[in-house]
Design a protein around this ligand. Structure first.
Ligand code: OAD
Length: 230
């Protein structure tokens, strides 16, 4: 039986595809206020601004391609039972060929009515989400994004996956945002935990196997090192 490899990814894995991270210099949170574009209060105050923010990001996504980091993780499915848990709202893991992708913070290409986050609709490529776009009941649609202050329904299945991991890999996340950052602590003791990031990341764990590199180079090195774990 294949060993189970769980990869927790963040904005850094998509950086080499041209998508800005949040907290690096020049990151998205230097250009926008979180309260304005990533909270239910911000949406209530100025829905047009929030829709525009996500419309821009969705349009940009269609101009980006998966990089060797995404592709390398997809290739690991040959030797491992790979589960991706991503904080990213892009679809680059899926487009690279990963077959099991759990999105903790929602998906840019989907919408839901403002009163029901579990009724999810695909937004067709090339289409913006606008004020006046509604579900069949006439309720306004909003981006299918988990905003700050909202519940993270996918955290429970994510914890279950991490608890079963033979190998945990953390890539391109500053681990600033909970509950996602807490997932690291559910990895069973004694199982290897790799962390790929070009910068130092505080984890609160002593047993981390750091690979200090960008995602493409880091996943290449990881793949080499995993040859002894297969
Ligand atoms: P951050 O922007 O907080 O962290 C990005 C991480 O990626 C940092 O540790 C960088 O050093 C690293 N990084 C930069 N370039 C990289 C590269 N080429 N390869 C690998 N790593 C690289 O992004 P997240 O931790 O993903 O939530 O942020 C978590 C959540 O905060 C996001 O999902 C988003 C945000 O607010 C919501 O919008 C709800």
């Amino acid at each position: 039986m294949k060993k189970k490899l769980v990869a927790l990814t963040g904005a850094g894995i998509s950086a080499e595809s041209g998508i800005s991270t949040f907290r690096d210099s020049n990151g998205l949170w230097e250009k926008y206020r979180v309260e304005d574009v990533a909270t239910p209060e911000g949406f209530a105050a100025n829905p047009a601004l929030v829709l525009d923010f996500y419309n821009q990001r969705r349009r940009q996504l269609y101009t980006c391609e998966p990089n060797q980091g995404h592709r390398g993780l997809a290739a690991l499915e040959k030797e491992f039972d790979v589960q991706i848990i991503t904080q990213n709202v892009d679809n680059l893991h899926e487009r690279a060929g990963s077959t099991r992708v759990l999105h903790l913070h929602g998906e840019l290409t989907k919408a839901c009515p403002v009163d029901n986050p579990s009724a999810v609709y695909d937004i067709p490529p090339g289409v913006d989400l606008s004020l006046g776009d509604t579900d069949p009941r006439g309720v306004q649609l909003r981006p299918f994004i988990v905003w700050f202050g909202e519940a993270v329904p996918m955290i429970a299945p994510a914890i279950e996956e991490v608890e079963k991991a033979d190998i945990l890999v953390v890539i391109g996340t500053s681990l600033h945002v909970y509950p996602a950052a807490g997932l690291l602590h559910y990895a069973p003791n004694g199982r290897p935990v790799f962390l790929i990031d070009p910068k130092e990341v505080a984890t609160g764990r002593r047993d981390i196997l750091f690979i200090r590199a960008g995602a493409s180079e880091g996943v290449k090195q990881l793949t080499q090192r995993l040859k002894t774990f297969g």
